[in-house]
Write a protein that binds this ligand. Sequence first.
Ligand SMILES: Cc1cc2nc3c(=O)[nH]c(=O)nc-3n(C[C@H](O)[C@H](O)[C@H](O)COP(=O)(O)OP(=O)(O)OC[C@H]3O[C@@H](n4cnc5c(N)ncnc54)[C@H](O)[C@@H]3O)c2cc1C
Length: 443
Amino acid sequence: MPEAPSKEYPVVIAGAGWAGLATAVELSTHGIPVLLLEAARQLGGRARSIRSGDMIVDNGQHLMIGAYRSLLTLMERVRVDPKKAFLRLPLTLNMRRGSRISLYFRTPRLPPPLHLLWAILTAHGLGFNDRVQALRFGRKLPTLEIPASGDISVQALLHSEAQSPALIRKLWEPLCVATLNMHTGDASARLFLQVLRETFLDLCRHSDLLIPRSELSAVLPRPCADYLERKGARVEMGQRVTGLQVVNDTVRGVKLHGRDIAASHVVLATPHLISRRLMSHHAPLHTVCEQLAGLGNEPIATLYLQYPPRTRLPTPVVGLENTLSQWVFDRRVCGQPGMMAVVISARGEHTGMTADAVTARVAGELRRAFPGWPAHRHSLLVREKRATFSARPGIDCIRPDNATALHGLWLAGDYTATGLPATLEGAVRSGIRCANAILEQVR
Ligand SMILES: Cc1cc2nc3c(=O)[nH]c(=O)nc-3n(C[C@H](O)[C@H](O)[C@H](O)COP(=O)(O)OP(=O)(O)OC[C@H]3O[C@@H](n4cnc5c(N)ncnc54)[C@H](O)[C@@H]3O)c2cc1C
């Protein structure tokens, strides 16, 4: 027999990643009681903290930017002060090739587009022609539009905008891999342009780097859970949704192992493959299931290396060129002196290497980049095989809306049609939009 909490909790949300949490907070703020069910024993989904021995690290080093408006608003709503939660820096690209600086680019506090203009003109490591081409491209940014159905690769876009191979290698390829988790040859130009526009065209502070000062779970998931408790919402951990209750093309609740829960609205804030599995038995949802099947997944690996505490980077983040290692983060920022998080985004040679081989290779690359460093003491490699959906050309054609073909069934997650790549901002924006769509119906 189904339990009958529908009066108590008319909305059930499956999945307490950042999208599910954002949906729950938004609905609770507007007085709608929600029940949030999370399969894992921990909140946060793909952006959570993990324990390894005495160490608490994240399941992957995350970086936010000042353009994450929905995320920053959500933080304020749940009473997290972004000034305390993040180290905020003007956008700084400190790239090295071996121990030499190959590119240094920093945006000053000037109104846009002057900040970008100044950063390009004063960048160390770019030739005269590269600067002119980068500026020309920057000038065209506000008007460059690529329709979803006519999408091309970032590489094709950069070639058509006469960006030189050196400029692509030093600037665009690292930015593309960092933001879209795909190499320029594979990534969607439409999504890349959207990221560049949101980062550079509006306010100068939108391009700031926001580096978490604490483990990820403390940045948002735990404050959200505290807020939800204060608002009378219920969060249940270790509760895996296994199916949907559907009558006459209307969702009536969810199924769990040994338990059914009735609800007027169900939000699947689960990863797209799981949402697809949960929806696949219901004929009206076949089209959306086919869409989700096409989204794909791309990996991100993070190698944590613990050095003696005095070891530090010259800037909180350093990029490495022509190496397996892409970005090195100094975890001193979040109270872990001597700990370096080395991020390797997208597919590549490392995907087929053992953890020991990746560690040895990366440690060697860091030794060459920072010759004075002592040997590391411990290491931990975290590989997320399904870190993001594949941000390939044309992907926006198959990203679903929050609403589905079943009355009362909704989708929230970074993969929905936000116009952004798989990011925390995309997840939160999707959750808030989903909540607002439900609020419209409830009212
Ligand atoms: C290693 C790594 C590095 C990243 N770096 C960045 C970065 O620097 N900047 C950035 O902006 N983004 C980054 N991202 C992307 C970002 O983490 C994701 O876009 C975001 O966390 C997705 O949130 P979500 O809520 O949509 O999905 P998820 O986080 O996947 O949440 C889904 C939730 O559903 C739960 N669940 C699954 N099945 C069930 C079920 N049957 N019943 C109930 N619950 C269920 C899961 O346990 C999970 O908690 C990174 C991701 C990874 C993995």
